[in-house]
Design a protein around this ligand. Structure first.
Ligand SMILES: NC(=O)c1ccc[n+]([C@@H]2O[C@H](COP(=O)([O-])OP(=O)(O)OC[C@H]3O[C@@H](n4cnc5c(N)ncnc54)[C@H](OP(=O)(O)O)[C@@H]3O)[C@@H](O)[C@H]2O)c1
Length: 346
């Protein structure tokens, strides 16, 4: 059967092309049709860190190219794997493509993990496929927020362990930052930093006590108390300015994202040492601490509160390789309205 993959040039992320490939389902394998997936800056970060963080390794592509991983839902169209039936639907981590060929292992009614040899060394959170369920709401909402809000949630749990007076979030308009701001809102003051063009949108969500544009970082210098920074932007100049302005009032600095992926990322920062935050590892640690069920119960309660507050979201759905490529280019170029939630099908 012919499938379509969208392959991105590793050295030029704006360059993307549809590539047709023949696949045959081998013994133990399943072929799934990818019904819908979300596209956010998180996927651009996967591509920007395709080599150094291994994101190109999940779905092998032609020489010099990469297939961007995406989160969403797929239906089994052919199965040669025991316990996985045709028509079954799963939530998980897919290639930006029309179909995915997987090798299920540890199959249960709850789902399976892909045991393809090239994926075994990669973080297990990405290799798990969960039986689709309406428990987390409509599929477009799940595709958009399940991976991102789980990160917001584990960040919030970590930050609650060492409370500060003020939390500063960069790329405050990003969905992961919005989830964190909403969860952390009543614990301390939360200040969002964003681009001037996105400031009005961020204010309108109501999640932040104050919203500043990147040009106004100096204003932080007038504020007293202890601060923690959660950086979603990866923008070295922004990060440096916050560290320099706050000095020793900044007691924690977490590096989470890289939405401004095409800006320089300075390694040396004044003041407190910045810590890299990698949700897949932290999720595994929390599950070890609370058990899988304990994790799920806590996450689900926080998730329901957040999703009930997302009146600002406008889901935009589109299908076809050309439409997906155009949305990808707009996103990589920073031209997507933060109120939009892109949910796509190749
Ligand atoms: N460490 C982890 O484990 C982990 C887990 C989940 C997510 N993340 C990261 O968190 C970040 C946010 O992801 P998301 O999916 O929530 O983002 P999103 O909702 O798509 O964020 C959109 C916002 O990001 C900024 N942005 C996006 N593309 C840009 C570009 N090309 N140039 C400049 N700014 C751009 C803009 O914010 P502003 O104008 O407000 O700057 C934009 O409004 C990503 O880097 C993602 O990888 C990390």
């Amino acid at each position: 059967m012919k499938i379509t993959e969208l392959q991105t040039r590793r050295d030029n992320l704006g360059s993307i092309a549809a590539v047709a490939r023949d696949v045959a389902v081998g013994d133990g394998e399943v072929l799934l049709r990818i019904d819908r997936f979300a596209l956010t800056a998180n996927n651009v970060t996967y591509a920007a860190h395709g080599v150094d963080m291994g994101y190109w390794q999940f779905f092998p592509a032609d020489q010099g190219a990469g297939i961007v991983p995406v989160w969403g839902f797929a239906t089994v169209v052919e199965s040669r794997a025991e316990g996985v039936s045709e028509g079954a639907r799963y939530y998980g981590y897919w290639p930006m493509a029309s179909h995915a060929l997987l090798l299920p292992a540890r199959v249960s009614p709850r789902g399976f993990s892909d045991a393809a040899a090239h994926r075994l060394p990669l973080p297990p959170v990405y290799n798990n496929y969960v039986a689709a369920s309406p428990d987390y709401g409509p599929e477009p909402i799940q595709a958009l927020f399940r991976p991102l809000y789980t990160t917001s949630f584990v960040l919030d749990v970590m930050l609650a362990e060492h409370p500060v007076d003020t939390l500063v979030l960069t790329s405050a308009s990003s969905k992961t930052a919005l989830g964190l701001a909403q969860a952390a809102k009543n614990r301390q003051r939360v200040i969002g930093l964003t681009s001037a063009a996105n400031r009005e949108f961020v204010v309108g969500t109501g999640y932040y006590d104050d919203v500043l544009s990147y040009d106004d970082i100096a204003t932080l210098g007038d504020m007293a108390g202890r601060f923690a920074l959660v950086d979603f932007s990866g923008n070295g100049a922004v990060r440096h300015a916050i560290h320099a302005t706050l000095g020793d009032r900044l007691v924690e600095s977490h590096v989470v994202g890289d939405t401004h992926w095409d800006t320089a990322n300075t390694a040396s920062l004044p003041g407190v040492q910045a810590q890299l935050f990698f949700a897949p590892s932290v999720i595994v640690e929390r599950i070890a601490q609370w058990g899988a069920e304990g994790f799920e119960i806590r996450l689900a309660a926080a998730w329901r509160r957040f999703i009930a507050s997302t009146g600002w979201l406008r889901v935009v759905e589109a299908s076809g390789a050309e439409a997906v490529a155009a949305h990808w280019q707009a996103l990589a170029g920073g031209k997507v309205d933060p109120a939009q939630g892109l949910v796509l099908t190749v």
